[in-house]
Design a protein. Structure first.
Ligand SMILES: [Zn+2]
Length: 259
């Protein structure tokens, strides 16, 4: 597995601080949005593309790591090296897809090429260097496939499965564009607007197929090695121990045997 996840948790972001506050409360006292996200069986996985000419996930993380920021995803895939910068622990509720989306989904952004220039505040762009832009796009796409295969394994998501939410059927791995399209909400055409305008042979369907193929390949490659640091009957002891582990490894999380 050539997956690389670089920890760049945005502990200065308002979103991170809000999650820390919410997680310290008993579930009954958490705000319903956060309780919904923490309490779900497994998250949807939403793929985004930044919608601005920024190829560096480090620069994006810098933008997000801000107490006054209004948006932050769980990770950004770099368009130069294809590696993931993880910006929130996976079990924190992010701010990337509106209230309803944030309640049910982990969000991942792909950085875009510097060789494009957006036209005003639209989703249209000019292409300054077509070969370079397409190479950056391919790098981010392949990095996102690796990351989503990893997330599917971690959370037990089948990339080709669908789930009903409020009477509508959503792919468990989906693009921000699909999240809005299925709900009948306009705006947010990412990531397909980026692929289409660059003439790439990518759609959310090819993405899901690629994630599925990657998962099957990894299963054929052999076992995954997980790290465990404790086991408790009492949830409160587990929470207290987790808080200590998270001082060093912020994306550590609890997995219950009845989940
Ligand atoms: Zn988006």
């Amino acid at each position: 597995m050539s997956l690389d996840i670089i920890q760049r948790i945005c502990t200065k972001s308002g979103c991170y601080a809000t999650n820390v506050r919410q997680k310290a409360l008993p579930p009954a006292q958490q705000s319903s949005d956060y309780r919904t996200f923490y309490g779900q069986e497994r998250p949807l996985l939403i793929l985004h593309s930044l919608g601005c000419a920024r190829d560096s996930a480090d620069v994006q993380a810098e933008q997000w790591d801000n107490p006054n920021g209004q948006a932050i995803a769980h990770a950004c895939v770099d368009a130069r090296d294809g590696k993931t910068r993880q910006t929130l622990p996976w079990d924190f509720r992010g701010w990337h897809a509106g209230q309803a989306g944030n309640n049910v989904a982990i969000g991942v952004e792909m950085a875009e090429s510097l060789s494009i220039r957006y036209i005003g505040r639209t989703d249209r762009f000019e292409i300054l260097d077509r070969n370079k832009a397409r190479a950056n796009c391919e790098t981010a796409y392949n990095g996102a496939v690796e990351l989503f295969a990893y997330l599917c394994q971690m959370f037990g998501v089948d990339p080709l499965a669908k789930r009903e939410i409020n009477g509508k059927l959503f792919p468990e791995v989906l693009g921000h564009c699909e999240w809005n399209r299925i709900r009948g909400v306009s705006g947010h055409t990412d990531p397909e607007h980026y692929w289409t305008q660059l003439g790439m042979p990518y759609t959310m369907d090819t993405f899901r197929q690629a994630v599925k193929a990657k998962l099957e390949q990894e299963q054929a490659d052999g076992p995954i090695y997980r790290i465990q640091v404790g086991a408790f009957r009492n949830r409160a002891y587990a929470e207290a121990y987790l808080a200590r582990v998270q001082e060093h490894f912020p994306d550590a999380y609890i997995k219950s045997s009845d989940e």
